[in-house]
Design a protein around this ligand. Structure first.
Ligand code: CP
Ligand code: NVA
Length: 295
């Protein structure tokens, strides 16, 4: 949300450009001698690999910082860590639980800070998702997207994307698992929140879902399996969507829960392209923040 819609469009176009150049074997290293600090308080496959490989490809270096090895894990205050880490690096990426940790870090940091997932948002995933829609179906402006499942960090970032990229978002979720009320209000007529999964999916251009129990909610798994029963994207639900609809999932996926095996691995699924695009979209983000000094 710190970028304008025009800046986001330029960023996605640059991601597509960087992807093509990388595949042609063209070397592009504007981040030589630059360091990305990567703070992970939660597990990750895609985010870590894409940021780390991305920095390597751009000629820079990525530093993996886990709470078990840094003083942050032993209680050093976030404002202290932010001033120190940002004095030695060029950009910082944080994956953590409470969103205000990222906000506080950014307030005290002298370099740009990237949200690499909090309990509230997952914006880097949406950069890759918007890039993937652009590659698959063109401009998403005016399209209808249906998110099925938990009103969680991914849902909130889809809501932010609906504002920035100008599309309608249907959200189908069980009672008690709705997205943030203030954000829902902010979207106004741009969002429809319903418990009726078929109504939400009807004629939709894109169906997307996420796990029922996010990181940090492992002990709620059984409870959530009951609450979310029926909120699955499967072949039957895809059949009520637009015939050219595509399916996205940020991964990791739980086959047989939020998505059927057939949809995840089926012809309408773009999930592997979507995962790969984390690399290209975040390279464009790093170039924008560090090399071009945007923000
Ligand atoms: N989609 C995503 O962020 O994956 P990781 O948790 O593996 O980084
Ligand atoms: N909602 C999930 C997304 C994982 C990429 C979680 O927070 O665990």
């Amino acid at each position: 949300m710190d970028f304008t819609p025009d800046e986001l469009t330029a960023l996605i176009n640059n991601a597509i450009h960087l992807k093509a150049k990388w595949k042609q074997g063209v070397s592009y290293t504007p981040l030589q001698n630059r360091t990305l600090a990567m703070i992970f308080d939660k597990a990750s496959t895609r985010t870590r690999v894409s940021f780390e490989a991305g920095m390597t490809q751009l000629g820079g270096h990525a530093l993996f910082l886990s709470p078990t090895d840094t003083q942050l894990g032993r209680g050093e205050p976030v404002p202290d860590a932010a001033r120190v880490i940002s004095s030695m690096t060029d950009v910082v990426m944080i994956r953590t639980f409470a969103h205000d940790v990222v906000e506080t870090f950014a307030e005290y940091s002298s370099v740009p800070v990237i949200n690499a997932l909090t309990d509230m948002y997952h914006p880097c995933q949406l950069l890759a998702d918007m890039m993937t829609y652009q590659e698959s179906r063109g401009d998403i402006k005016g399209a209808t997207v249906t998110y099925v499942g938990d009103g969680n960090n991914m849902c909130h970032s889809w809501m932010n994307a609906a504002i920035q990229f100008d599309f309608h978002l249907n959200i189908a979720c069980p009672q008690g698992y709705e997205p943030d009320a203030a954000l829902t209000q902010q979207l106004g007529e741009r969002v429809t929140v319903t418990q009726d999964i078929e109504r939400a999916a009807k004629d939709s251009n894109l169906l997307v879902t996420d796990v029922w129990a996010s990181m940090g909610q492992e002990e709620e798994q059984a409870l959530r399996e009951t609450a979310f029963a029926g909120y699955q994207i499967n072949e039957s639900l895809m059949s009520v969507a637009d015939q050219d609809a595509i399916f996205m999932h940020c991964l990791p996926a739980h086959r047989g829960e939020e998505v059927s095996e057939g949809v995840l691995e089926g012809k309408q699924s773009v999930v592997w392209q979507e995962a790969e695009n984390r690399l290209h979209a975040q390279k464009a983000l790093l170039v924008a923040l560090v090399s071009e000094g945007l923000l």
